[in-house]
Design a protein. Sequence first.
Length: 580
Amino acid sequence: MPWTKLAWRCLSSLGLVIAPTGPWDCGTATRLLSWALSRLPWASFQDAIRMLNTLQTNASYLEQVKRERGDPQAQLEAMQGFLERSGLKVEDLDRLNIIHVTGTKGKGSACAFTECILRSYGLKTGFYSSPHLVQVRERIRINGQPISKDLFNKYFWLVYNRLEETKDPEHASMPAYFRFLTIMAFHVFLQEKVDLAVVEVGIGGTYDCTNIIRAPVVCGVSSLGIDHTSILGDTMEKIAWQKGGIFKPGVPAFTVAQPERPLEVLRERARERKCPLYLCPELDEFEEGCQALELGLAGAHQRSNAALALQLARTWLHTELLGRPVPLAPAFRLTDAMIQGLRDTEWLGRTQVLSHGPVTWYLDGAHTTSSIQACVRWFRQAALNQEKPHDGSEVRVLLFNATGDRDTAALLKLLVPCHFDYAVFCPNFTEVSVASNADQQNFNVTLENALTRCLENQRTWTRLLEEKVGQDPWLPSPLRVGGLLQPAPTRGSLLLVPPAPRPLNSPALVFPCLAQALRWVAQGRDPHLAAPAASGAHPHPAASSGAVLLREAAAVRVLVTGSLHLVGGALRLLVPALSQ
């Protein structure tokens, strides 16, 4: 329901009739909607999601960010102000027994391992992470499960109303999307009385809004890499400085093996903050004299995250540790609960495999060069372990998108050795229609901009394959296909605009949304997806022949990667139960 109509409905329900002198603009409708919804007992979960989404483009917040850009410390001070207006003090957070985790790669997985290990001890756990994949409720979990719609609705309006009632004309009346959810998570964990809270940093560490936490029990830093350079800096050392900003005096911190120079920066940050810093031993040392540990998350890179999680969980359980400036944390005898926690850990969209008949989906939200490299190793090994079709007819498909300021050419280059028969590019939008799932709406990106980027990725992929021809024995020579069709991009139909005069045997296709891309790949062979509509005829011979190959192949293996939001949209379509 559009905001204007919803605002009119809410005001009418309150017995108020307003006759506007002209059409309501978006800002007027939003202000009236927030005032009306906050006073209605029937305000629904979807109403809360719609209102939350307005914080993505809060105009006053954007102006505030511009003012604060030269003073990042002001952002933390603003966060503290929002927290206090919501009814909490920073001192209240001390009661949460927080495990605070940052890093570039694997911080979410390390948090998931940690939470599951501690839950295996019978503790009531809270877990705050980002981004969500299918529903925003996933960001705030209790005992491993997203909070219910009723709880989300309750705490959303509790926080929202308090912020509305205490707004200050001199400052932004509402925090932006991530800040709001962080504040809301603190309210949930405190009022639901969790025994501990595992909190994942959003971006960086030093100036991340989660860093208003002043007394965590323990901190963790997962593997470092290059990401979010416009915010954190363009070198590993600058990024390490930002990550080390979560260290607190006297609070033990753990990190995994890092390149020497970033590790030295972490060491210096720990000295500055009088924080004991420990280097985690490899997981191999926990396996000496016993059988190999079974991890619930696949991929060799998850062993580093599991090793970090073991130290974080043990430190929470045993608060006293002796150490040197950067000592090697000791390996220790694992308890049955720790072993079970590692085995039972689930973390959607990270090295996840869905077998749907002849179509196997491999989902991993990797979006940096290092995480894509790990994804490639995992995919090649996972696909190798799958039973081979007797007739050898296997088709491999890449489904890719990337967002933000990431170097997509560098990411795609790493994926070329996976020997994909087709590369499919599409935006993160589940459907073309603007009425798609509110949990996955993003008002900061237009469909047109997203499609432009997909077309750039298509051209990049084709160029990379052209460069590979003659260099790599697996890649066949270009397949001549005449009669290139280059229509103007239109909504609701397949977009295939090959930039080269001779399309390669591994064509790149662009679709306007995830639903159409998945349906084309599955060709009606996945029971969770309908067959592609006959009306959306494939305008290029490569697309039509590809559809035939996909329908006839004994096995179709699809890697979905490049963006957690892309993976989340795919999960919503492939596992409908996640949307319930």
